[in-house]
Design a protein around this ligand. Sequence first.
Ligand code: FMN
Length: 322
Amino acid sequence: MRNNNATTVLQTKYPLVQAPMSWMTDANLVATVSEAGGLGVLGLNAGQRDVTSSPEETANRMRQQIQLVKSKTTKPFGINIVAPRSGQSLSDAIFTDALLQMAYEENVTHFVVVGEAHEELFKQIKLHDGILIFRPSTPTIEQAQLAEKLGTDLLVATGSDEGGELPEQEAGTFTIVPAIVDAVNIPVLAASGINDHRGVKAALALGAAGVYIGSRFLVTDESPMADEVKKYVIRSNFDDLVRVSAIRRSLKTPAALRYADMYRIDPQKDTETLIRQHGGMRPGMLEADFNQGVISVNIGINEINEQSSVAELVESLMTDII
Ligand SMILES: Cc1cc2nc3c(=O)[nH]c(=O)nc-3n(C[C@H](O)[C@H](O)[C@H](O)COP(=O)(O)O)c2cc1C
């Protein structure tokens, strides 16, 4: 019997998860989303302005963000966990391991895992009574069914419209959501390109139990993204995006146009590594340094026409949903 109730699993008012977006999340955004009735999720580097190469420091920084969220809301929230690569054990994935041990100490309840289904990781989270929300970075029927078998509570089906890292295949949201919904008996959240209540309704019509939204939350009062970038996204359209690497689109900043040129001339060139070496999403999105940075958002940005508070956004997304 199919379980299609996302709010029961999420323990939220609405079937809505704010997707983790690394630097572009912080305790304030996450607590506000949870207070508004969705599930806020702290991304890797949440609330930070610089990187650390220490797993202990990474876990400590996340602990501070978790404690800050708890000081602002008693509602549930989650943290992002990157699954170890296939063949890698949990203890070898030192950043993930450090984050998990800290999260158990802090009684974190919701774990948003991204990557490939990983038996040891999933078992450990379930052993700690965690609610496991799994987003395969490239959704396939095989990954979905394996994730269900390994105890996933909520599965996220991501289409190629998304902001952030793109799935390896081209399947858009309208293709991937019903395909995954039909393949499993656990509730599925639709992700990618969902920017207004029409998108939410379409996702539910495709059989999703709820939605998992990233880019749209960037353009809210509470988002830590630079104000100049919020305005840039609002005035941009889908044809203002360009492919800068095998797994990323960006608005056409001067830096993005340079990467796009390199990638067009030689698609084998690893421009993604170059982007990461230059700070990833941080310079472009957090510091509005368009000469150095890229701006990664979904391709449905025509529907992002104004900045609003998180509370207003959540209410408008969830119009007529419950
Ligand atoms: C700027 C940005 C950064 C992201 N960083 C992460 C990340 O660190 N970890 C992760 O699991 N997903 C990350 N994502 C992907 C989102 O969690 C989510 O899958 C995606 O935003 C959903 O599609 P949408 O942007 O079309 O709503 C990122 C997305 C964006 C836009």
